[in-house]
Every structure is written in structure tokens, then in C-alpha cells.
Design a protein around this ligand. Structure first.
Ligand SMILES: Cc1cc2nc3c(=O)[nH]c(=O)nc-3n(C[C@H](O)[C@H](O)[C@H](O)COP(=O)(O)O)c2cc1C
Length: 244
């Protein structure tokens, strides 16, 4: 059993472990299957029961979850995504960082064991030198915006996570709420993918918060969800490689 809390004096997350009888929960069993699925979904809404299960999973730690669904709300959210995307595609530093995280070839993805494997976004897996050149040609404002429009319009909804305060303790709780949400979605056969442009582009955040009915608050994460096919997964490092 684990009790996790942010320790302000150490500026770190403290996790106390207690011995307990092992029990497999649906969320635990979903861990190996969970992946960010950056493809098109099937456009169908989720049942009220599924929506409630997602809401329950995300609750806790003072995190507020806003679930957007229905055409008008999703179209308005898409406008924020597109505006944020436009700003990011025009930002050289952002594009360079994105490129540095992409693993263009399967061999890079396997040998580095991290980052975003090209095929996970529906792009071809090619040698790294070729992938970088293709990225420079094909990564355009219009191309990205059209892709996000298809992604949002095929989703059942968008979840926005809003932490209790603007600080590390609140951010960690948002991360935990998101992870429970994504694992619950996985257990229900529902896919998820981030759409963080409206919160990553700081200038857009206040208007996005007002659209959510939370003026003055700080939305932290934006995630679309829906049913659809899986994509090739991103690679993960073994636990021993990330825990000292
Ligand atoms: C805080 C946070 C923000 C993220 N933002 C984005 C994003 O804006 N766009 C995106 O495609 N993926 C985003 N991701 C997803 C990561 O790229 C993804 O988790 C990583 O590639 C590992 O893949 P997996 O989730 O399939 O295991 C984000 C992940 C986290 C934890």
C-alpha cells in the first residue's frame, strides 16, 4: 500500500510504503496496456456509465475535472487547440524540442527507450536522417491544424484537469489524477491523447479558463478520449533505469 504526498521541505514527492496483501485492481492491470493513442477515434459518445467511471477515477487530490462533450463545446475547444498550435509551430525553440523528442526509426526508439516513436503518431518509421528531413517538409501549421481538427471531431470528449493551486503539490496531484483517468479509460477500452496547446501557450490560458467557466484558475492538462484502434506504442525504459 502506498501513501503519497508532496513534501514541501524537501521539494519532493514522499511515498510511504506499507506491507499489505497483494490485490490486482483493473487500473493496476491496465498499466502495461495504457498508451497515448494519437490517431482518429470512432466519433461515438461514451455511455453515461463510462463517463461517470472516468470522472470517479480522476477525483481526488483537490483536482477539478471538466469533461467537455457535444459538438459546440468540442468545436470551441478545437479553436483553442488550433490557436495554440499556430503559436507553437511558429516557435522555433518549440519545434526543435519536439524534433529532439521524436524517435524517427524503430532502432532509435528501441535503443533509447524513450521519447515519441514516429509510428505512434501514424507517421512512417524511417532512418533518423530521413525522418528529420521529412519532418522539416511535412510539419506545417495547416497540416497540424487539419490533423487536430480530425482528432477532436472524432473524439467522444475532452477532459481538462485543473489543479487546486498553482504549485508543485497541485501539479503532482493533476499528474496522478490524469494517470488514474488514463488507466480507467484503458480498462474500459477507451483511448486517450494529450491536446495541451491551450495550456502550454501561456497567453491562451486565461481565455481557456474563462471558456471552462473557471476564470482566474489555471487549467493544467487537456486530454481527448474516445474509442478507436490502437497505434504502435512508444517505448518505455525499464523501471530499473529510472528508479535510483
Ligand atoms: C505532462 C504531460 C504532457 C504531455 N503533453 C503532450 C502533448 O502535448 N502532446 C502529445 O502528443 N503528447 C503529450 N504527452 C504524452 C507523452 O508524449 C507520452 O506520454 C510519451 O510519449 C509516452 O508515451 P505513452 O503515453 O504512450 O506511454 C504528455 C505527457 C505528459 C506526462
Amino acid at each position: 500500500m502506498a501513501q503519497a504526498a508532496f513534501d514541501v521541505s524537501r521539494d519532493a514527492m514522499r511515498i510511504d510504503l506499507e506491507a499489505t496483501a497483494p490485490a490486482a485492481s483493473p487500473l493496476f492491470q491496465a498499466i502495461p496496456q495504457r498508451q497515448s493513442t494519437r490517431g482518429q477515434y470512432d466519433g461515438n459518445p461514451l455511455s453515461a456509465g463510462d463517463m461517470r467511471a472516468l470522472e470517479r477515477a480522476a477525483s481526488g487530490g483537490g483536482v477539478q475535472l471538466i469533461l467537455l462533450s457535444g459538438k459546440p463545446a468540442l468545436e470551441r475547444a478545437l479553436e483553442f487547440v488550433v490557436e495554440g498550435n499556430r503559436a507553437q509551430v511558429r516557435d522555433k525553440a518549440f519545434v526543435e524540442e519536439l524534433k529532439a523528442w521524436i524517435r524517427f526509426s524503430a532502432s532509435d526508439a528501441v535503443s533509447l527507450g524513450d521519447g515519441l516513436y514516429s509510428a505512434s503518431s501514424g507517421n512512417p518509421s524511417v532512418p533518423s536522417w530521413l525522418g528529420r528531413r521529412m519532418f522539416n517538409v511535412f510539419f506545417t501549421e495547416k497540416g497540424e491544424n487539419d490533423k487536430y481538427a480530425k482528432h477532436v471531431r472524432s473524439s467522444a470528449g475532452i477532459a481538462v484537469f485543473v489543479g487546486a493551486g498553482d504549485g508543485k503539490a497541485g501539479w503532482l496531484e493533476v499528474g496522478r489524477a490524469y494517470q488514474r483517468f488514463a488507466l480507467q479509460a484503458t480498462a474500459l477500452g477507451v483511448r486517450t491523447a494529450h491536446l495541451n496547446q491551450p495550456v502550454e501557450v501561456a497567453a491562451l490560458r486565461p481565455a481557456f479558463a474563462s471558456f471552462l467557466g473557471l476564470p482566474g484558475r489555471r487549467p493544467d492538462l487537456v486530454v481527448r478520449f474516445g474509442r478507436g484502434p490502437t497505434m504502435p506504442p512508444s517505448l518505455r525504459r525499464p523501471v530499473q533505469a529510472v528508479l535510483a
